[in-house]
Design a protein around this ligand. Structure first.
Ligand code: UDP
Ligand code: MG
Length: 331
């Protein structure tokens, strides 16, 4: 995308938002995107909401069909809750090859739409990707901030291929080449936070303050965040497997030295029967170390198992659109 191209033909920008139980706030969200006046199409993915989000959007789409001037809105309804990662992928799959850029955004207005014009300006100046980075001093609890920064430094130490930036999430503008790259990656356990930088496309970073949710509740609890963090590490690093070579080597060397000490002391002092304490400590310690090693192997094998089934990442129940799109997508 060159800046001169933008002067000749208007650039086509899609906004893609995954929605899960957003019925109360979704109309305000659609209104906020429409008010920008820059968006060619708003694509919402209903990720199996149970509060009638899809029905609210369908009604909105129906009303838009009567108003040719209104911003086109489309809705992809997934058959169940597949999770935000899968829902975003469903949106990007639709947008592939059909627009010049996509803005990924949360539907709960925690990603301020007012930032989109600034993102578009950077894109028109040639940015391949624009990332909105959330300022650290916003609403989150201290515990969440500390655990998040701990995770980022651990992740960055374990992986060579990508570096994560604290506060950089899914609120991004992606030019079409980035959309293609992301939709080419069909891994089952998606960890988008790291997939974006993995593509290697350069990002221009801007920062924002994250407001509280407009309505509804976040679905991210401690357990889900922990398992998401593990997904990130295990899908981007094999270092946890390699560690066991080092652990095993160190323990073997220590055992060898200890064996020599035992042999020599037996030769010098004869057989020394009491030894229960050292024996039980060694047995328990080694047992624990082996179980941790097996557990880590299990994490990777479980992921290989999940990938090997090659199930589709999401299933679509229906697609509704207020206007037909003239550009063909591609597989
Ligand atoms: N979301 C989704 N599927 C899910 C959970 C969340 O599509 O299973 C959407 C949700 O509707 C919102 C975005 O993902 O637009 C971010 O979710 P949430 O606000 O719960 O996360 P947080 O803002 O706390 O990170
Ligand atoms: Mg949110």
């Amino acid at each position: 995308m060159t800046p001169s191209a933008s002067a000749a033909t208007p650039l086509s920008l899609w906004v893609v938002a995954a929605c899960f139980n957003e019925a109360a706030g979704i109309e305000a969200f659609i209104g906020a995107i429409e008010a920008l006046g820059l968006v060619e199409q708003l694509l919402l993915i209903d990720d199996g909401s149970r509060d009638g989000t899809a029905a609210v959007v369908r009604r909105d789409i129906e009303a838009r069909r009567q108003q040719p001037q209104a911003m086109p809105v489309s809705l992809i309804e997934l058959t169940r809750n597949f999770g935000k990662e899968a829902a975003m992928l469903a949106g990007l799959d639709q947008a592939r090859g059909r627009c010049d850029a996509v803005v990924l955004i949360d539907a709960d207005l925690q990603h301020p739409p007012e930032l989109i014009p600034e993102m578009v300006r950077h894109w028109q100046n040639g940015a391949e990707m624009v990332t909105a980075i959330r300022s650290p001093e916003d609403q989150e609890s201290r515990l969440k901030i500390i655990s998040a920064s701990g995770f980022y430094s651990l992740f960055n130490r374990l992986t060579d291929s990508v570096q994560l930036v604290d506060g950089a999430g899914d609120f991004r503008l992606l030019s079409q080449p980035v959309v293609r790259a992301l939709t080419d990656m069909r891994e089952g356990t998606r960890f988008s936070k790291a997939l974006f930088p993995w593509t290697g496309f350069e990002s221009v970073d801007i920062s924002y303050d994250r407001p509280p949710r407009s309505s509804g509740a976040s679905t991210w609890n401690v357990r889900r965040l922990f398992s998401y963090a593990l997904d990130g590490i295990f899908s981007f690093s094999v270092l946890p497997l390699r560690i066991w070579i080092a652990v095993g080597t160190v323990i073997s060397l220590i055992s060898l030295v200890y064996a020599l000490v035992l042999v020599i002391s037996t030769l010098l002092h004869g057989i020394d029967v009491p030894g229960y304490a050292s024996l039980i400590v060694a047995v328990l310690f080694l047992g624990g170390v082996q179980l941790i090693g097996i557990g880590i192997l299990g994490e990777y094998i479980g992921r290989i198992f999940e990938e090997s089934k090659r199930r589709p990442p999401y299933l679509v129940r229906r697609i509704s659109a207020s206007a037909s799109s003239d550009r063909q997508g591609e597989a």
